[in-house]
Ligand binder design. Structure first.
Ligand SMILES: Cc1ncc(COP(=O)(O)O)c(C=O)c1O
Length: 384
């Protein structure tokens, strides 16, 4: 355990008492040579697993050509990456702006909405997490994180997530945008029903309020489809992505409709590192891996197997969709994380103390799922 963590490092301590030194697909090894099945994916980033040969090759090839040049020049690989992303997004979200982190993608989305509508209020949901920049913290429902900055925040109105209406509490006509995660992850893996999402979008659009889907966790195939946006009735105006978009090389993106794109000026958005060549090559290679290896259909199948096994355990409920899953058990989540860790499985907590989160690579192997189910049954009781 790195109890001798450098005094020069600022920030939170590690989640697990190990030092990870290498990884291969859905497994990682610590400095003592111990192997762990990675059902956490480094905060949902290891979309194609760890050190996938195709990703390594694509990054290496690009690095030998050009490590970096900014958006002050045209780059062929950037244009191909934008086209590849647009091809998987709903057709009306065909223009993307590249940045470097989820918070930045959301910050840009909120900034765009404030500018395009000329309105000053925002609508957000209880249980949300959208990032740690000043603007994204203001729509994140976590007083521990945002209370010190409350005086800088724009006006935000809060609604219960996927709850019984409460629509009258907010005035969509005054609001620039409503921002939400189609499945709240950090908040405890809450799925918004499509009918509720559809009604929200209808109400917002009828009042000229833009809808931002934060798909930083739900996007890119994690739920078994490329995005939650694009399902019948679900046509948000902006979608944000990050996490595993380039398999661990930092890339984020904000996608917008043509109407929004045409209302923006060239100086509205900018980023030194956004859209760099190595990151763009990694993004293209990520889509190639996910498609060649049929990952989306594997996610749907293996997720079903996990859900069935979890629901069979006494007092347990599976939450979520695809590979964004939660386990609600009668035991404290932190205890379950520790028990799984002791058996060689990495999983994550959530803000709900009874819910443990699984965010494994989309390349997760069937035999790793079997080992995980055996461990869960061992810990939480024989399903009978
Ligand atoms: C739904 C969601 N939005 C935004 C963010 C912020 O992303 P980042 O940490 O890359 O800034 C996260 C990070 O966990 C997230 O899960």
């Amino acid at each position: 355990m790195p109890s001798d963590l450098s005094p020069h490092l600022l920030g939170q301590g590690p989640l697990w008492p190990i030092e990870i030194v290498r990884g291969r697909n859905d497994r990682v090894w610590d400095a003592a040579g111990r192997m762990f099945y990675d059902f956490y994916g480094g905060h949902a980033v290891a979309l194609t697993g760890h050190a996938h040969p195709h990703i390594r090759k694509a990054i290496g090839r690009e690095m030998r050509k050009l490590i970096f040049y900014s958006t002050s020049t045209r780059l062929e690989v950037r244009e191909r990456a934008a086209a590849a992303l647009a091809a998987r997004l709903p057709s009306r979200l065909g223009q993307v702006f590249f940045s470097n982190s989820g918070a930045e993608a959301n910050d840009n989305a909120l900034k765009i909405a404030l500018k395009v509508t000329g309105r000053g209020r925002l609508i957000a949901f209880r249980g949300s997490f959208h990032g740690r920049t000043a603007l994204t913290l203001s729509v994140t429902d976590d007083a521990r994180l945002n209370a010190p900055f409350a005086r800088f925040a724009p006006q935000v109105d809060w609604l219960p997530f996927a709850g019984d209406a409460g629509w009258d509490r907010v005035d969509f006509r005054e609001s620039a945008a409503v921002i939400l995660e189609p499945i709240q992850s950090m908040g405890g893996v809450h799925v918004a029903p499509d009918a509720w999402l559809g009604e929200l979008i209808q109400r917002a659009h009828a009042a000229g309020c833009l809808v931002i889907f934060d798909e930083i966790q739900t996007g890119l195939g994690r739920t078994g489809t490329w995005f939650c946006a694009g399902a019948p009735g679900l046509a948000p105006d902006l979608v944000t992505m990050a996490k595993g978009l380039a398999s661990g090389i930092p890339v984020a993106a904000t996608a917008v409709t043509p109407e929004i794109a045409s209302a923006l000026d060239p100086h509205d958005l900018g980023s030194t590192f956004g859209g760099g060549p190595v990151a763009m090559a990694a993004l293209l290679a990520t889509f190639e891996v996910l498609e060649r290896e049929n990952c989306l259909s594997a996610v749907r199948q293996l997720s079903q197997k996990l859900v069935t096994a979890i629901n069979r355990l006494p007092g347990c409920t599976a939450l979520g969709r695809g590979f964004l899953l939660g386990i609600r058990s009668p035991r404290p989540g932190r205890w379950l994380c520790d028990e799984l860790f002791a058996r060689g499985f990495l999983v994550g907590p959530s803000r709900d103390p009874a819910v443990v989160r699984l965010l494994p690579p989309l390349t997760l192997r069937s035999r790793s799922v079997d080992c995980f189910i055996d461990a869960l049954e061992d810990i939480l009781g024989d399903p009978g």
